[in-house]
Design a protein around this ligand. Structure first.
Ligand SMILES: CC(C)(COP(=O)(O)OP(=O)(O)OC[C@H]1O[C@@H](n2cnc3c(N)ncnc32)[C@H](O)[C@@H]1OP(=O)(O)O)[C@@H](O)C(=O)NCCC(=O)NCCS
Length: 152
């Protein structure tokens, strides 16, 4: 696979168009534009994009809760998957939040999404329980994953 020069930087409202395009290709039940706009507008969120030049090729949206950073959404343009983009986006989140000893990291993932589960496990997330019928489109269960705080 050809190496590409990628910059990770915070997302802004100007990126909503690019986000929407990726989101629609990456998910059967995509988030709406307004859901992203709302997360991007929160001071407590960390929203990062991976850019090749000006082209957005992936993103991660994280919300700060009392005891955890919640990874709300991570997606990579299908044309750019399996090149380490999601890994880099999540590693940047860990870098930016390292030393926050009050907060670990949590997320929900479809039990059938084995690629994503493998990615998260490689990054130190562990299986932490099941939410039955969490996904409203097909009543699929969610696997809850947890990663302990990252030391600086
Ligand atoms: C899940 C998702 C975000 C992963 O993104 P990605 O950028 O492909 O992830 P990475 O490239 O970091 O890692 C994926 C695999 O590629 C491998 N990889 C990384 N760089 C690579 C390279 N240069 N060459 C070959 N393989 C590579 C990784 O080792 C990893 O392998 P693994 O599956 O054995 O763990 C992406 O598939 C996606 O957007 N899916 C749809 C949306 C979704 O399901 N999101 C998660 C919801 S919880």
């Amino acid at each position: 696979m050809t190496a590409i020069a990628v910059e990770i930087r915070p997302l802004t409202l100007a990126d909503l168009g690019g986000i929407e395009q990726i989101e629609r290709r990456a998910y059967r039940t995509p988030w709406s534009r307004s859901m992203f706009a709302s997360e991007l507008g929160k001071q407590t969120s960390i929203c990062l994009g991976a850019f090749e030049g000006e082209q957005l090729i992936g993103y991660v949206v994280n919300s700060r809760y009392v005891d955890a950073w919640h990874v709300m959404n991570v997606a990579v343009d299908p044309d750019f998957q399996h090149r380490g983009m999601a890994t880099r986006l999540l590693e940047r989140l860990f870098e930016l939040t390292s030393g926050d000893q009050r907060r670990g990291y949590t997320l929900e993932v479809r039990v059938s999404n084995l690629d994503a589960i493998r990615l998260y496990e490689r990054l130190g997330f562990q299986r932490h329980g099941i939410r039955r019928g969490y996904y409203t489109d097909n009543r699929e269960d969610a696997l809850i994953m947890w990663k302990d705080p990252v030391a600086r």
